[in-house]
Design a protein around this ligand. Structure first.
Ligand code: FEO
Length: 404
């Protein structure tokens, strides 16, 4: 359990969680990490905690460098339990250490823990803490990811400790982006950045853009970004570029079909539509919701310019597996995507109409009013679905040009 040195005197002392697959409902097929960092300066400083069950792992790494009781400052950039959960165990070995966080961080921590002996020091954007040769600059980043969140910039080393920002739910033996790319692939790392952003940060694109702009004004110009999940960016411009792309609405020229089916009839429509999209020369991915976590479907939605939602009508409503997905998607406030719906109905219908209306309420670009077939699609309806797919692919291609 060795620490990993980021730069002389700055160490990763976190934990790799190979086993986690369900992160508060967000499926994490590649696990995750809980990163925290120790800076050895005249006044040794620990930045962030870890999840409760990994506190011992982090403390073992810390002890390889220093007796925890000699740590002079504890910075808490984010209080969510995957970082704050381990704080009581860590603080037990450094009693009385000053704890620096935002006011909302203090208020939140006292709801999760007995903080009666914790020595809070509230910081705001622009505040600094001199720990020897180094200066820590604090930047509040509310809603990236919770209201309490902040980031800490180690000025002299130009290292940004970014908590959830620029993170990925990705367990690996490699700690740095370039190492990971060499051992795995750039495409996988990019996909997991998009996955994390889609499921955690999608609603906050405007806030993130404002913060990236504020960084410039505060002199935050990192040569390394060290998030609290996943790999550390030795090429921070790559991570910042990915965020800027997502904020500006960039994504793949691709259509994703996200559907579920009761008796295979909506599935039959999905197949015909896929053929139409493919024959139009458009990249297409297909997700059947009961075979795929909603968080995976959200990632695919976010990576594609166009989305078609397939739903049967059940009791005059959207099929509940599809409705669940829509409820999750709605909260993430997607933007800059074109969408429509399709599905089979028995007698009353209505699910396709309601799904299109949901997309309209989300202020997405709407394509036609969807496509429906009664019971099992006949040859004519299959042809209609195929044509619908072709027209949708054309529309998605045109819409995509707005973001070129
Ligand atoms: Fe990694 Fe918002 O916690």
């Amino acid at each position: 359990m060795k620490p990993v040195e980021l730069k002389p005197g700055i160490f990763w002392v976190g934990a790799v969680d190979w086993a986690i697959r369900d992160f508060h409902g967000y499926m994490t097929p590649k696990g995750s990490t809980y990163n925290n960092y120790l800076v050895l300066d005249d006044e040794p400083t620990l930045l962030d905690g870890v999840k409760a069950e990994f506190a011992d792992v982090s403390l073992t790494r810390i002890k390889a460098l220093i007796e925890p009781g000699k740590i002079k400052h504890l910075i808490v950039n984010h209080i969510e339990p995957d970082h704050g959960g381990g704080l009581p165990a860590i603080l037990a070995l450094m009693p009385g250490v000053p704890l620096y966080c935002t006011e909302k961080g203090r208020k939140g921590l006292q709801k999760f823990h007995d903080v009666s002996r914790w020595d809070f020091h509230i910081v705001k954007t622009g505040d600094t803490l001199k720990i020897g040769k180094r200066t820590l600059l604090f930047v509040e980043t509310p809603m990236i990811h919770w209201p309490d969140s902040m980031m800490t910039y180690i000025k002299e080393d130009r290292v940004l400790i970014s908590q959830d920002g620029f993170g990925q739910h990705l367990a690996s033996t490699q700690r740095f982006d370039d190492e990971f790319i060499e051992c795995a692939s750039e495409a996988l790392l990019t996909e997991y950045m998009w996955d994390y952003y889609a499921n955690i940060l999608m609603p906050f694109g405007t806030v993130i853009k404002a913060k990236l702009d504020e960084f410039g004004k505060l002199g935050v110009d990192p040569v390394m970004i060290a998030p609290d999940h996943g790999v550390i960016w030795r090429n921070p411009q790559k991570a910042i570029g990915m965020y800027r792309d997502m904020i500006e609405g960039k994504c793949h020229e691709r259509v994703v079909i996200i559907y579920d089916s009761m008796w295979g009839n909506t599935g039959k429509l999905a197949q015909a539509i896929t053929e139409g999209i493919t024959d139009e020369g458009m990249d297409c991915r297909v997700i059947k919701l009961r075979q795929c976590p909603a968080s995976e479907a959200v990632k695919e939605f976010w990576m594609a310019r166009g989305s078609l939602l397939g739903t049967p009508t059940l009791n005059n409503k959207i099929f509940h597996y599809v409705a669940q997905f829509l409820a999750y998607l709605e909260g993430l406030k997607p933007k800059n995507r074109i969408a429509s719906a399709f599905g089979s109905y028995g007698w009353g219908g209505g699910a396709v109409r309601d799904a299109v209306q949901k997309f309209r309420d989300m202020k997405l670009e709407i394509f036609e009013e969807g496509f429906e077939a009664n019971y099992r699609p006949d040859a004519g309806e299959e042809q209609g679905a195929y044509d619908f797919g072709r027209r949708f692919a054309q529309a998605a291609r045109e819409y995509h040009k707005r973001f070129a």
